[in-house]
Ligand binder design. Structure first.
Ligand code: HEM
Length: 141
C-alpha cells in the first residue's frame, strides 16, 4: 500500500481538523463492539457498555496513535514499532479485526466530519488505515 502525495495531504487535512477533538476514537470502538461482537473477546476485561470510561480511555489511546501515524506517514513502521510488537506478540489480535476497526473508524470519521469526508478523502483515509493495519500486523509469525 503506497500513499500518494495527494493521500498524505488528504489525511493530514483531516487530522489538522480533528485537533484534540478525538471522540471519534471511542465512538468507533462502540460501533465495532456493537456491529462485530466477536471483537469483544479481546476486551473481556473491560466494561463494554457503550461509552464506558474504559472504552473512552481506549478510544483516546487509539486516536493518539493514529495522530502519531498521521504525523509520520513516511515512516509508519518506525513510528508504530512498539504498538506492532504489542498487537502481534502480546495481544495476538487476529488481523481480520483490523478491517472491522478500520470500517468502524471510517464510519465515525464520516459522521463527525461530514464536510471533509468527500469520496477522495474517504479513499485516502481507507488507504492510510490499511497501511497502519499492515504495520500493526506485520510482526505475526
Ligand atoms: C488502527 C488500529 C489500532 C490501533 C491504532 C491501536 C492502538 C492501540 C493502542 C495505542 C493501545 C494501547 C497500548 C498501550 O497501552 O501501550 C492498544 C491496546 C490494545 N489494543 Fe489496539 N489498536 C488497533 C487495533 C486493534 C484491534 C483491531 C484490536 C482487537 C479487536 C485491538 C486490541 C487491543 C487490546 C486488547 C489492547 C489492550 C487493552 C488493555 O488491556 O488496556 N487493537 N491498541
Amino acid at each position: 500500500m503506497v500513499l500518494s502525495p495527494a493521500d498524505k495531504t488528504n489525511v493530514q487535512a483531516v487530522w489538522n481538523k480533528i485537533g484534540r477533538l478525538d471522540t471519534y476514537g471511542w465512538e468507533a470502538l462502540d460501533r465495532m463492539f456493537m456491529s462485530f461482537p466477536t471483537t469483544k473477546t479481546y476486551f473481556a476485561h473491560f466494561d463494554l457498555s457503550p461509552g464506558s470510561a474504559q472504552i473512552q480511555q481506549q478510544g483516546k489511546k487509539v486516536a493518539d496513535a493514529l495522530a502519531l501515524a498521521a504525523a509520520n506517514m513516511d515512516d509508519l513502521p518506525g513510528a508504530l514499532s512498539s504498538l506492532s510488537d504489542l498487537h502481534a506478540h502480546k495481544l495476538r489480535v487476529d488481523p481480520v479485526n483490523f478491517k472491522l476497526l478500520t470500517h468502524s473508524l471510517l464510519v465515525s470519521l464520516a459522521t463527525n466530519y461530514p464536510e471533509e469526508f468527500n469520496p477522495a478523502v474517504h479513499a485516502s483515509l481507507d488507504k492510510f488505515l490499511a497501511s497502519v493495519s499492515t504495520v500493526l500486523t506485520s510482526k505475526y509469525r
